[in-house]
Design a protein around this ligand. Structure first.
Ligand code: IPM
Ligand code: MG
Length: 360
């Protein structure tokens, strides 16, 4: 069995971490008897340098024709990189938003899980951590403020900027269905997060989520206002199973949830459309400050590759093997610098990839 994987190494630490994820994928493929063919594609800053634009038709069409996309990270240092002298629609991030839209990747899954071995890196007190936590944020990814009409103009002599937050019921329904489907296979709880005390889009969100919930009588639905959710994530993270939310709230809450686990370097993500196709990338950014130093943590990308195997290729066994290999390496005491604690063996990006690949 052979699969076509489009690979977008991207910018900053992207190429280093993706290389290790491919190495681990190859180990899993060899062990479980399937073949992976990779096509490397440009996006973000790397594409700006080569093509003058952050996303080309070619990248979109090759990605579309593949079984799944594995991505590193895109973007550079906004203060020093020439990419940020360009108009906003030509900057690296526009490439990421463009490919999400072009591939209709409306469902972004971001698991936040506390590894027993990394408890020391968790900034919360033992009392708050309790028995740990294991949640997944289901973030709507192709609507809302990110894709609404925006412009800046002069109004009565004042520079005035407008962004618009639009959701129709179909966009809300399809992401809600994803969240309930995921909850069904977990602890059967969906917490839908909105700002229904202020926003019309949130009131519609709540109404549609209630409708969808009727089809899932065994899943418990609750609603939470986004400001309260931001607080609850650091007060009692164990209460959450699946958090369902719109694009902007999900962007913010997923960074918070990841930090609560101790390191953003550990968190994977999957962006899916209606089919099995998806784009898989770490939740963290391109970390230009440590790019090329060989110290970046490749685990988030490696775990994203495991999600790719599970969701897009139905290679569950291989996905489990990768996740177990990560746990094993951590329990043997190996750490990259971002998750290092006393008594551990600090290793670089390549070594971490090698250790995990060996244990698959
Ligand atoms: C993310 C990132 C992106 C987003 C940026 C780079 C546009 O923060 O994937 O969370 O806001 O969606
Ligand atoms: Mg973000």
């Amino acid at each position: 069995m052979g699969y076509k994987i489009a690979v977008i190494p991207g910018d900053g630490i992207g190429p280093e971490i993706v290389k290790q994820a491919q190495r681990v994928l190859d180990a899993a493929a060899a062990k479980y008897g399937f073949e992976l063919g990779y096509t490397s594609l440009l996006m973000g800053g790397a594409s700006i340098d080569a093509n003058g634009v952050p996303l080309t038709e070619e990248t979109v069409s090759i990605a579309k024709a593949s079984d799944a996309v594995l991505m590193g990270s895109i973007g550079g240092d906004a203060k020093t990189s020439p990419w940020y002298q360009l108009p906003p629609n030509l900057r690296p991030e526009a490439g990421l938003l463009g490919i999400r839209k072009a591939l209709n990747l409306f469902a972004n899954l971001r698991p936040a899980y506390l590894y027993e071995e990394l408890k020391a890196a968790c900034p919360l007190s033992d009392e708050v951590i309790g028995d740990g936590f294991d949640m997944v944020i289901v973030r709507e990814l192709t609507g809302g403020l990110y894709f609404g009409e925006r412009h800046t103009e002069m109004v009565d002599g004042l520079r005035t900027a407008t962004d618009t937050l639009v959701y129709n019921e179909n966009e809300i329904r399809r992401i809600a269905v994803k969240a309930f489907e995921i909850a069904k296979k977990r602890r059967k709880k969906v917490c839908s997060v909105d700002k229904a005390n202020v926003l019309d889009s949130s009131r519609l969100w709540r109404a549609v989520v209630e409708e969808v919930a009727k089809d899932y009588p065994d899943v418990e639905l609750s609603h939470m206002l986004v400001d309260n959710c931001a607080m609850q994530l650091v007060k009692d993270p164990g209460q959450f199973d699946v958090i369902l939310t719109e694009n902007m709230f999900g962007d913010i809450l997923s960074d918070e949830a990841s930090m609560v686990t101790g390191s953003i370097g550990m968190l994977s993500s999957a962006s899916l459309n209606e089919t099995k196709f998806g784009l898989y990338e770490p939740s963290h950014g391109s970390a230009p400050d440590i790019a090329g130093k060989g110290i970046a943590n490749p685990i988030a990308t490696i775990l994203s590759a495991a999600m790719l195997l599970r969701y897009s290729l139905d290679q569950d066994e291989a996905a489990n093997a990768i996740e177990n290999a990560v746990k094993q390496v951590l329990s043997e005491g190996y750490r990259t610098t971002d998750i290092a604690s006393e008594g551990c063996t600090v290793v670089g990006t390549e070594k971490m990839g090698e250790l995990i690949a060996e244990r698959v």
